[in-house]
Design a protein around this ligand. Structure first.
Ligand code: HPA
Length: 247
């Protein structure tokens, strides 16, 4: 049976409506995860929740211990991970407060530990990452999106930048030229580590701003908050439906 873990990002540091809640601190060989794991039932199904930036939202994207986080979820029995992430919109058809379930990514980060296959190896391992997100989990999400009548883009390339600063207009122009539609800071190495652990991983991104230079305005944190809250209402509907859906 599958067990769903939800990794909450900016705008989702806890799951309201989670019932029969208890928390567990999971130790990993890679150090401490961002937060204790929260276990509970959501939409009648058991789920595991992790706050990617910590419960107080204190861990910046480049300091997150992605290795410990994915390991802890695996250790706790998760078989699939839905990662919620705030992003900027690069593609002009993807405006703030939209929801995007990307199908591809490009990794622009550096210096993050991106593999479990590093030390004491019996042999070198290269995971297949042609399609970085789980086909099966994305398909289930696509069906739920249709059933709920939501407007969600399902074909998009996620650019993962280093942060924590936002990008320059020239950087976004380059990402656009590379074919990126949205930009965030936490999608990698999270997705690759999940694949190495055989966790089915998909991302549900909430667009909280136009990426730098797309609309000739500076990016305003207060506006980002407003769009995050608006987009999160749709994410909640999707999460509820996912938790309730039969496998
Ligand atoms: N760039 C990178 N990460 C982000 C952005 C952005 O514009 N908005 C939210 N996360």
């Amino acid at each position: 049976m599958s067990k769903l873990a939800i990794v909450g990002g900016t705008g989702l540091s806890k799951l309201v409506n989670l019932e029969k809640v208890y928390k567990r601190v999971i130790k990993t060989p890679y150090g401490e995860p961002s937060s204790p794991l929260t276990f509970g039932t959501f939409g009648g199904k058991e789920v595991i929740f992790m706050a990617r930036h910590g419960f107080g939202h204190t861990i910046p994207p480049h300091k997150i211990n992605y290795q410990a986080n994915m390991w802890a979820l695996k250790e706790a029995g998760a078989t699939e991970v839905l990662a919620i992430a705030a992003v900027g919109g690069i593609n002009k058809t993807i405006s703030p407060s939209s929801i995007v379930i990307p199908d591809q990514l490009i990794d622009y980060t550096w210096g993050r530990c991106g593999t479990y296959f590093e030390d004491d190896l019996e042999q070198v391992t290269h995971i297949d990452f042609t399609f970085p997100y789980s086909k099966d989990l994305r398909e289930r999400l696509r069906q739920l999106v249709g059933r709920l009548g939501l407007s969600v883009s399902m074909t998009a390339t996620y650019a993962c930048t280093q942060g924590p600063r936002l990008e320059t207009a020239a950087e976004i122009k380059r990402l656009r030229g590379d074919g990126c539609d949205i930009v965030g800071m936490t999608g990698m190495p999270e997705a690759a580590l999940a694949r190495e652990l055989n966790l089915a991983y998909a991302c549900c991104a909430v667009v909280v701003n136009w990426a730098a230079g797309i609309d000739d305005q500076e990016i305003c944190m207060d506006d980002m908050q407003v769009y995050a809250e608006k987009g999160m209402q749709t994410v909640y509907r999707l999460l509820n439906a996912l938790a309730k859906a039969p496998e």
